[in-house]
Design a protein around this ligand. Structure first.
Ligand code: TPP
Ligand code: SF4
Length: 265
């Protein structure tokens, strides 16, 4: 399979220079290298600029309502375990309105992969503060500085029980592709927080701003420094933070049903 095999005829509607293009390219390359059959691929998204990615990749994809991609994807994966099921969407979709579902997925450990296009704004609705925007920041479309505290997607994922937690940068396509592949291959709930500049509304966290701050972890941090790395803000670490072999939802269900059967006999 080649990256081209995952292209569709849909016109890509993102602004020129948007970080979403990097995610699109990396994801197509990752799928091609893993040779995932488009017929067995389902990408589920909510609503937002980033959620339009489902139109640009060949698969049996679903564009669902705002914040509800994870429950829809969970149903699909549990009904058809042989499918590769991915969730893609903005930080608003997944960590704002969809935050409860994000937590539930980590607790359940269903074999789903969540790609957060993290631009810290609500791009589609014209630049309001997203859940990952730092407090006190005023971007070009906002009347006042953000009064909310930011959500840290990595800490939330760790607290929720995700089996794989990583962070990547949208314009580093090669590195992002490798991280997406690793997430897909790791069994269990996985999240990749993708720092994705919004060139239209986020005039602070630009490509240049990130490039001055990001650096790559050489390997996942050990337990004693994991939280410190996840909390770092002056310099921003990228790479795989956490990987754990844990029983997945379907394994636990099989065990439970088996035990119940034993009780009956
Ligand atoms: C229930 C509901 N509430 C609000 C909206 C309006 N809305 C559409 S997209 C969106 C947020 C988009 O931001 P994000 O998920 O971060 O994606 P981005 O556009 O930045 O990629 C909102 C609030 C909606 N469509 N449905
Ligand atoms: S508004 Fe921002 S996130 Fe949406 S397409 Fe334009 S640059 Fe990308």
């Amino acid at each position: 399979m080649k990256e081209y095999d995952y292209k569709t005829d849909a016109w890509v509607q993102w602004c020129p220079g948007c970080g979403n293009y990097g995610v699109l390219s990396a994801l197509r390359k990752a799928l091609a290298e893993l040779k995932i059959d488009p017929k067995k691929l389902v990408i589920v998204s909510g609503i937002g600029c980033s959620s339009r990615i489902v139109y640009y990749i060949r698969g049996s994809n679903v564009h669902t309502v705002h914040g509800r991609a994870i429950p829809v994807a969970s149903g699909i994966k549990l009904a058809n375990p042989g499918l590769t099921v991915l969730v893609a969407g903005g930080d608003g979709d997944i960590l704002g309105i969809g935050a409860g579902h994000f937590v539930a997925l980590g607790r359940r450990n269903i074999d789903l992969k969540v790609l957060i296009h993290d631009n810290a704004v609500y791009g589609l609705t014209k630049g309001q503060a997203g859940p990952t925007l730092p407090s006190g920041v005023k971007l070009r479309a906002m009347n006042y500085a953000n009064i909310h505290e930011a959500v840290n997607p990595l800490l939330l994922a760790l607290a929720s029980g995700y089996a794989f937690i990583a962070r990547a940068f949208a314009y580093h396509v090669k590195e992002l592709k490798e991280i997406i592949k690793e997430a897909i291959l790791h069994r269990g709930s996985a999240v990749v927080d993708i720092l994705q500049p919004c060139v239209t509304y986020n005039d602070l966290m630009t490509r240049e701003w990130f490039e001055k701050r990001i650096y790559y972890l050489e390997s996942p941090p050990n337990e004693s420094e994991l939280l410190q790395r996840m909390k770092e803000v002056d310099r921003i670490p990228l790479g795989v933070f956490y990987k754990a072999e844990k029983e997945t939802f379907d394994q636990k269900m099989a065990l439970m049903v088996g035990k119940n059967k034993d009780l009956k006999t």
